[in-house]
Every structure is written in C-alpha cells, then in structure tokens.
Ligand binder design. Structure first.
Ligand code: MCN
Length: 766
C-alpha cells in the first residue's frame, strides 16, 4: 500500500513538543553584543540631527550609529524596475523619516535590556512634515510628496496603459459600482524577526535569520552590505511562522551584520511584539473600485477592477502585488469583458509586503463582493448568480483575458459540493424564519468561489526546484531541499515521497534545508510552491537514485539492468524471477557514495480552486457578528498528506476569516499607529472560530507527476469574502448592501443606522 495520501503525523512535532525548537534568539553566539534599533516616533519629518551622546554614556553601551555612519553602503535597489530609485529605503534614515517605526539609529550594548533603556536617550531633532496617510490623497499628491525627487507619490501603475474602456458596460441592463476596502493587516507570526551574525577572520559572514528561503536571504543581505553572495552563509534556525513576511532580508537584518563587522564582534537582535507590529511589513492594504454589469437573468457581461495599493513608505513587494491581483481579477468566472488597472502609492506608513495569498485574496475579495452586489441588485440568489457565470469544467489549460493559464478546474462542482455539504437550502429556510420572526439576532450566509495561482516562477523554462537524496550504508537517507518549511511540515512529506520510492522507513530519513553552504540554490517556501516543485524534485531525485542504483546493482549481480526488479518493501534489487539473488541499497551505498541531485522543472504554475460558505449570526442591536460555520471545498489536486493539507486549510480559514471581521492595522490622521499590541490589534485566536467543515475534492494537475497543486494559501483566499458576504447577507433584508472589513460591531451598527435612515427617507411622506 502506498504511504502517499495517508495521514502520517508530523515527524517534526515530537521535538517541538518535548525539547522545543531552536529559534534564532536561542542560537548560542558567545560574546555577542545586542543591537537595539532607535525607531522614528513620527510619521514624516526632516531629520535635523540625531544625537547619540547621552546614549553612549548609558550602562552597557558599546557603540551607537546613525545613517551618517553607513556612508559606504549601497542604497538598496528597487523591488522592480518599474519603481523609481528615488524611493529606495536607506538602511538607517538619513535626511527624512517616512513612517513611525523606521530605523534611524542603532545602539549596541552588552545586554539586550540595556539597549532598550539607552535607545530612549537618543535625541532626534525633527522638523515635522505633513503626514500623507490616505492613499487617495497620496495619489493626488495634494498633501505633499514623500520623495520630491520622484515627482509623484505614485510608485507604479499596472494594467492597460490606454486607460479604461468607455464602452465596457455597453448593453448591460444593470451596472453596480462600489469602492471597497481590503484593509491593512499585520502578518503577526508567533516568532517576531531576529538575526544573529558573526564574521570569520577571512571576512566571510555567517548569519542566522528566520526566513522563507536562505538563498534569497543571502542575496538580499549581500546586496544591502555591498558584498559578494559567496561571502555570505545564511543558516535558518527553526522559524515560528512567516506568512510571506520573512522572504529575503530587511534593513534590520543587514544592519545587525554590519554592526558585527564594524565592531569585530558577533551581534544579535530579536525584536519585541510591539516593534514587530509597526516594523515588519504589513499585508493587503488595497482600496478597490468594482464595477459589474449584466442582465437581469443573472449573466454578468462585464467586470472592472480599479486598484489603489497603499505600498507604505518605501515600495517593497507590496508595491508590485497589484500585478497578481490583476492577473487573478476575473477569478473562476467566464465574464464576457474584464478590465483591471492599478496604482501603487507611497504613504507615511509601514511598508507593505507579501502576506498569505499576496495579491490573490484581494482579487477574490473584489470579485466575490461584486457578484453579491450584482445579485442583490437583481434580487437573485447569489449561489445562482455564481452558478450562471462560473467557467465550465475544463481538462485542457484555459487561458484568461489576462493571460493566466489555468491548468485544470471544475468550479461548478466545487460550488455544488459546498452548497450540498452546508445544506444550503435548509440554511436559507432558517434565515427566512428568523427574518419573519424579527428577532435581534439574524442569520447570514456568505459564499465565495475562488481560483488562485500557486508556484509562480519567473525563471525561463518554468518554475523549478532542486533536491538531493542520499542513501547511507547504515540504511538511513538524507534529503537536501531548496524549500524552507516554517510550519508546513515538509520534513514529513518529503520523507514520505522518498520512502515511497526507496522503501526506507520515515524514521531513517533526515531532511536538511536552509543552510546556504549545504544547499546553495533554492527557491524557498512561498506562493504555495513547495510540494508541487520541491516535493516533486524529491520524488524525481529518489527515482533517479533508483535508476543509478540499478546500474550498480546490475554490475554486482552480473545481470542486465532490465532484468532487475526493485522491491521497495525490502529496499533491494533482485533478479526478476529469482528474489533470492538480491542486493540492498545499503550495500550499494557501502561500496560507493549513493546520491543524486536533480532539478524538477514544471511547465508552469498551477491553479487550485474551491468554494467557501460561511454562516454568521449578527446581533442587529449591538452589531456583533459571530462566526457559526465555515464549510469549504479546497481543491489542491492530489493530496499527499491529508492531515497537513487540512492543517493548512484550518490555518488559512482562520486567517482569512479574521481579516473579514477582526483584524486591521490602523493609523490616526498624523500617521501614529493605533494597533501596536495584541490588546489593540484584534489578532484571531481559536476561541473566535467554530470547528471547520472540510469537504474533499481533488482535480489533479498534469504539471507535476504528483498531481499536486498548492494548499498553503488557498483557504485564506476563500474565507475572507465568504465571511464578509455572510455578514452583509445577515443584514440584507434591512437594506444593507456592504460593510467594509473588518466588519466590527461599530461598522455593522453604522451600516444598519445608515440603511435605516435611507429606508426612512424613501418612505412616502404623509
Ligand atoms: N500538501 C499536500 N498535498 C497538496 C498540497 C500540499 O499534502 N496537494 C502539503 C505539503 O506537503 C505541505 C503543505 O501541505 O506539507 C503545504 O504545501 P504547499 O501548498 O506546497 O505550500 P508551501 O509548503 O509552499 O507553503 C507556503 C504557504 C504560504 S505561501 C504561506 S504565506 C503560509 C503557508 O504556506 N505560511 C505559513 N502556511 C503556513 N503555515 C504555517 N504554519 N506558517 C506559515 O508561516
């Protein structure tokens, strides 16, 4: 029986549950000094002077540095060629600070606590500049420019340069338009950022950094430090979650390395939660205008998405994510005409980066809200509108208007399955009963259908990943992988894949990753790429290893390779028809090193899809929404380990639902962050979540031999609009058409008040 598709428990967990992990802050680095960042307390100001003299007198202080000390370092290059070099973030602010939390000096101490005290003594002389917080105002440029040299606050534009088509909605009976907010959220991994660094006498750096791909982190560090990547070794200790925000390296990581070199002494840093909330990149932060038009029979003829992306103070990955949102704008629908454009603007807020889904949840949120707005306008069941407009099942790749090539899909089946699993008509009956009874607590049912892109790669020839499999004479095996798990369970699944091919027990297989000296190349873990490329590479390496071993076994057994059969049960080759004449892999490994390194290359990304249904109860007197049920179909092709895939779905649903009704990183008009602790940032916990109901569906892809697509982000993408739509649906009979996220009690209450005022205004006057 195959081990693939079975519920193998995570082999990683016994260590985490007993001895505990070894995170960057736990890495022993004798003699290390501690780096404390002095961060801007104001959103936008010209720096007249940074005086570190008082800090230098404080107990334990070894040194203090400001931007002026970093003269020799190159300015980081922009994340994309589209973005003006004027908008680069110096490692320490020089002349201007542009967001609360921007590093402007460092204090180096013997002990970490001394740094916190000493940083308070650094005196910054500011000349305040107007803070630009609202992205619309930023785009208009009326309240000032963040980078006068760039001539505009618009960092990049995307979509058809010719502009919007005036005739897009011609012939539509009904056209609905609305501006909606896909709010800024904090990735909030359990482990905040950290770094530890030391230089050897030959001038080579070793840096321990929690990351999503040591090779990318090495490249980013080398670029910021102005050195050759070969001079950098990155080691990835255990990583306590990343959610997209630990790719590459941040200025803080490079500065820790720079301090270690400057002082000739190992250096380390581990940030606090409050620091993490203001200074790690944020996610989402789009304002979207959706326009949808069609006929009263429910057919959508045209859809337009206009995106205003808040990139934060310095354009990072978030500034270019609208490209992904545009690519996925039409989602799983067969709309006749689609159009999408975007502008990314800089504001005096924390830079925006990738966050679970990275551009795709925004696309799904927009189109799924648009479908519900359209359904409400034509008074049709939103499930019916979706059914009418979904692309029919396809088995050959389908190319969209924006050039995305969907590999395989059956969107109507996913919708049918979720409606069936949830008991949709029964839920609508229950809703009707509650509405008729007129109680305070009303029921809302929300749907979302999605398709997303996983494993996108920019490499010519298709996205790829490498793996090495080695068998040792003692019967154990080692896998080296270019992926970089931080909660996804690759050690378990990669071992399952190798065990299946080689017959080596899981307990005998060790996986290594995240050390650039050991695995110099690799794409890391992001975009839910790992199984379909990294896992496929492990399978390919194991198969190639069996082929190599077959040649050697044939020599030993003096047989023709074709006459040998590999018995994975015994992990041995035997002569066909004569199982007693055999040679085990271990014996072959004893006589000569038995290892294969391979690169798996996929023809392209894959497109997982699904449908989510959320049920909420909303108290129409207090505005409080409670999530009662989430039922999902998340089709990621063939599933290799259902326990891990379901774990990904659980985490994704919770994170996605949290955006809909709880989480928001917010600022006041002056750019002061208002949500810098978990007391203010409504971080989701298990108590806000019901048990999730997961229905199975698997439409394999032909883009890898596993048939697997990604599952790491899918549920985050599906859950947000389903929950938001459910909240609006609970209030629909009271005249509410939309509630922005997070649908807090206040927002819900305000929407109800506005609807009731509007309703009264429409009543005939007596
Ligand atoms: N899997 C499977 N069958 C499939 C697809 C996946 O059994 N058809 C399994 C894989 O073997 C793997 C897991 O599910 O164990 C996720 O695989 P995959 O979909 O390939 O995604 P990645 O491993 O590349 O994970 C990346 C994804 C991303 S992009 C974010 S963001 C995210 C996420 O994973 N961040 C996470 N999940 C996270 N989970 C944790 N605990 N922490 C994070 O920071």
């Amino acid at each position: 029986m195959s081990i693939l598709g079975t519920r193998v428990l995570r082999t990683e967990d016994p260590r985490f549950l007993t001895a505990g992990g070894v995170y960057t802050a736990d890495v022993a680095l004798p003699g290390a000094c501690h780096v404390q960042f002095v961060r801007s307390a104001v959103a936008h100001a010209r720096i007249r002077a940074v005086d570190v003299s008082a800090a230098l007198q404080a107990p334990g202080v070894i040194a203090a540095f400001t931007g002026a000390d970093l003269g020799g370092l190159p300015l980081p290059s922009p994340v994309s060629r589209r973005i003006s070099a004027e908008m680069a973030q110096p490692l320490l602010a020089r002349d201007v600070v542009r967001y609360v939390g921007e590093p402007l000096a460092v204090v180096v101490t013997d002990a970490a606590y001394q740094g916190e005290d000493a940083a308070d003594l650094v005196d910054v002389d500011h000349q305040m500049l107007p803070a630009v917080i609202d992205p619309e105002q930023a785009a208009a440029g009326a309240s000032g420019l963040l980078f006068p040299g760039a001539g505009s606050n618009i960092a990049a534009t995307f979509g058809d340069a010719a502009g919007l088509r005036p005739d897009l909605f011609d012939g539509c009976d009904v056209v609905v338009s609305r501006t909606i907010v896909n709010q800024r959220v904090a990735p909030a991994p359990m482990e905040a950022r950290a770094a530890a660094a030391t230089w050897d006498p030959g001038g080579r750096l070793t840096a321990w950094i929690p990351n999503q791909g040591a090779q990318d982190t090495r490249a980013a560090l080398a670029a910021m430090l102005g050195i050759d990547p070969a001079q950098v070794r990155v080691i990835t200790p255990d990583v306590g979650g990343a959610f997209g925000a630990k790719f590459g390296a941040d200025p803080e990581h490079a500065l820790v390395c720079w301090v270690a070199r400057r002082l000739g002494r190992p250096a380390r840093w581990a940030e606090t939660r409050a620091e993490n909330l203001v200074a790690m990149t944020h996610g989402r932060a789009q304002r979207q205008t959706v326009t949808i038009g069609g006929s009263r029979d429910g057919t959508v003829a045209a859809y337009r998405l206009e995106i205003l992306q808040d990139a934060g103070a310095y354009p990072r990955f978030g500034a270019v994510l609208p490209a992904a949102t545009i690519l996925m704008a039409p989602g799983p629908y067969a709309f006749g005409r689609v159009e999408a454009v975007a502008r990314s603007v800089v504001t005096n807020t924390t830079p925006v980066g990738a966050y679970r889904g990275a551009g795709r949840p925004e696309a799904t949120a927009a189109v799924e809200r648009a479908i519900d707005l359209f359904a409400a306008e034509i008074v049709m069941d939103p499930a019916e509108v979706r059914r009418k407009n979904l692309l029919p099942r396809f088995t050959e790749p389908h190319t969209t208007a924006f050039g995305a090539v969907y590999d395989s899909g059956d969107y109507p089946a996913a919708l049918a399955k979720v409606l069936d699993a949830a008991g949709y008509s029964g839920l609508r009956d229950e809703q009707a009963r509650r509405r008729a009874a007129g109680g305070a607590v009303q029921l809302g049912i929300g749907l979302s259908c999605y398709v997303e892109i996983t494993g996108p790669g920019v490499e010519a020839g298709g996205p790829s990943e490498n793996a090495t499999v080695e068998i040792h004479p003692d019967g154990s095996a080692t896998i080296l992988t270019g992926t970089s798990p931080h909660g996804q369970g690759h050690a378990t699944v990669w071992a399952m894949l190798a065990s299946e091919e080689l017959g080596i027990p899981l307990g005998e297989i060790t996986m290594k990753w995240g050390d650039t000296d050991l695995v110099p190349e690799g794409g890391g873990t992001g975009g839910s790429r790992s199984l379909q490329q990294g896992g496929a590479a492990v399978q390919q390496a194991a198969r190639e290893l069996v082929s190599l071993a077959r040649q050697r076994a044939a020599r030993q057994l003096e047989a023709s390779p074709a006459d040998l059969v590999f018995d994975a049960g015994r992990s041995a080759f035997a002569v066909a028809g004569d199982p007693d004449i055999s040679v085990p892999l271990t014996a072959l490994a004893a006589s000569e090193r038995l290892a294969v390194r391979t690169v798996f290359r996929a023809p392209g990304p894959t497109f997982p899809f699904g449908a989510h249904l959320a049920v909420v109860e909303v108290d129409t007197e207090t505005g409080k929404a409670v999530l009662r049920r989430v039922v999902t179909v998340d089709d990621a092709g063939t599933v290799i380990n259902p326990t891990l895939a379901e774990g990904q779905r659980h985490g994704g649903i919770a994170q996605g639902a949290a955006q809909a009704f709880l989480e928001e990183f917010s600022y006041d008009a002056d750019g002061n962050p208002l949500t810098t602790t978990f007391a203010d940032y409504a971080f989701v916990s298990a108590t806000e979540m019901p048990s999730f109901e997961l229905a199975d569906m698997a439409t394999p892809t032909r883009y890898n031999p596993l048939g697997a697509k990604g599952i790491g982000e899918a549920a985050t993408i599906g859950a947000t609009p389903a929950v938001q739509n459910a909240i609006v649906d609970a209030l629909a009979h009271l005249g509410v058409r939309h509630v922005d996220m997070p649908a807090s009690p206040q927002r819900i209450w305000e929407a109800l008040q506005a609807a009731s005022v509007a309703g009264r205004a429409q009543q005939p006057q007596t």
